[in-house]
Design a protein around this ligand. Structure first.
Ligand SMILES: NC(=O)c1ccc[n+]([C@@H]2O[C@H](COP(=O)([O-])OP(=O)(O)OC[C@H]3O[C@@H](n4cnc5c(N)ncnc54)[C@H](O)[C@@H]3O)[C@@H](O)[C@H]2O)c1
Length: 340
């Protein structure tokens, strides 16, 4: 079993999941280097911890690692979260995903190789499964045929990691996330519905036919699951689904958001079709028994996660890292086995 290193590099550390991970690792007492080009960060989520003595924030682009010399040490654990996460931009210009998804991953791996750094966590996605003919999909599912540029570049990143593991001894933990939710989310159906209903409280445009069914997980559970897996597996090459074993339909999400906004008689206008947009997956239903066998599973169902995240986004509830003061420990992480 691996003991967690105490120095971490987080690519994309200024983004939604990365900023929560940064706070969590600082709470553990570890050192964190955030590497982010800050192009897509919606707000300064690191504001609360910016002057933390164990945090270094480096504005830089993974496409130009030559400008980042001296940042990596051999014993670091690298969390690779940087990617283009805006599917609309990716669908309009595939180069954005190819560069920030695939090329950035390859440059990072080469940079790590040159510095002798060999431990990497990769934020992959259920998008690698494409249209699921036989859900729920386990990590053994195949063939893997993504239906989006985003999913294709995640799968290409996984393939690169596999090759770097076999050829250069890179140790990798690949997590295929479900849909991750929290107060800082900047995209996705919950975010989109809240935004639309604030603009027009009487009608909601729903992309697709409302029956799309996916799994949703809270950001702190996502981080907790990764930490659990890292400390309960041997370094090598691991692929793990990380999401909820339950799912929520788009129609259910619409009802939850409408209720929590306190609205009534909202007209639902469906754009129609099973797929909400080119590259959308109507079903993302993941088999999470591998992580469960390691002793970890989500505490909340998918629909509970949607409800909690909606409330947090609306400021009705606070999350574990939303309410804390900089640098103060509030909860332990990676220490829970709910189903072992
Ligand atoms: N949020 C989800 O539901 C979800 C689901 C599955 C997988 N993921 C993956 O998890 C990771 C984090 O997602 P998120 O929701 O926090 O996204 P995010 O967009 O909030 O964060 C990504 C960060 O990466 C940075 N970045 C992008 N390209 C870069 C580059 N070339 N060099 C340096 N920095 C760069 C951006 O500035 C941004 O701050 C991503 O890899 C995403 O694909 C997220």
């Amino acid at each position: 079993m691996m003991q967690l290193p105490t120095r971490h590099i987080i690519t994309g550390g200024a983004g939604f999941i990365g900023s929560h991970l940064t706070e969590t690792l600082l709470e553990r007492g570890d050192r964190v280097v955030v590497l982010d080009n800050l192009q897509h960060a919606q707000r300064d989520w690191l504001e609360q911890v910016r002057i933390h003595p164990r945090l270094e924030i480096c504005q830089g682009d993974l496409l130009h690692p030559e400008e980042l010399r001296g940042l990596l040490t051999a014993s670091d654990l690298v969390w690779h979260l940087a990617a283009n996460t805006n599917m609309v931009i990716g669908a309009q210009n595939p180069q954005v995903d190819v560069e920030n998804g695939f090329l950035a991953t390859q440059r990072l791996l080469e940079w790590m190789r040159s510095e002798g750094t060999h431990k990497l966590v990769f934020a992959s996605s259920g998008a690698v499964y494409g249209d699921m003919a036989r859900p729920p999909a386990s990590e053994q599912y195949g063939p893997l045929l993504p239906v989006s540029m985003y999913g294709a570049t995640k799968l290409a990143g996984e393939a690169l990691l596999s090759a770097y593991h076999h050829v250069f001894g890179m140790q990798a933990w690949i997590f295929r996330f479900g849909n991750v939710l929290g107060a800082r989310m900047s995209h996705g159906v919950v975010f989109d519905f809240i935004r639309k209903l604030r603009e027009c409280p009487t009608a909601l445009e729903i992309l697709g036919d409302g029956t799309a069914e996916k799994n949703y997980i809270l950001v702190e559970e996502c981080i907790d699951g990764m930490l659990w897996a890292l400390t309960h597996t041997k370094p090598g090459f691991e692929i793990l689904n990380l999401g909820s074993p339950t799912t929520t339909t788009v129609n259910e999400i619409a009802q939850i958001v409408i209720e929590d906004l306190g609205l009534r008689n909202v007209e639902l206008r469906y754009a129609g079709g099973a797929r909400g947009w080119p590259g959308d997956q109507p079903r993302v239903y993941m088999d999470v028994s591998k992580l469960r066998q390691l002793g970890w599973m989500t505490r909340y169902t998918s629909s509970e996660a949607v409800r909690i995240a909606t409330r947090r986004y609306l400021g009705k509830e606070t999350g574990p890292t939303d309410r804390k003061e900089s640098g103060k420990a509030e909860r332990s992480v990676g220490t829970r086995g709910t189903n072992s």
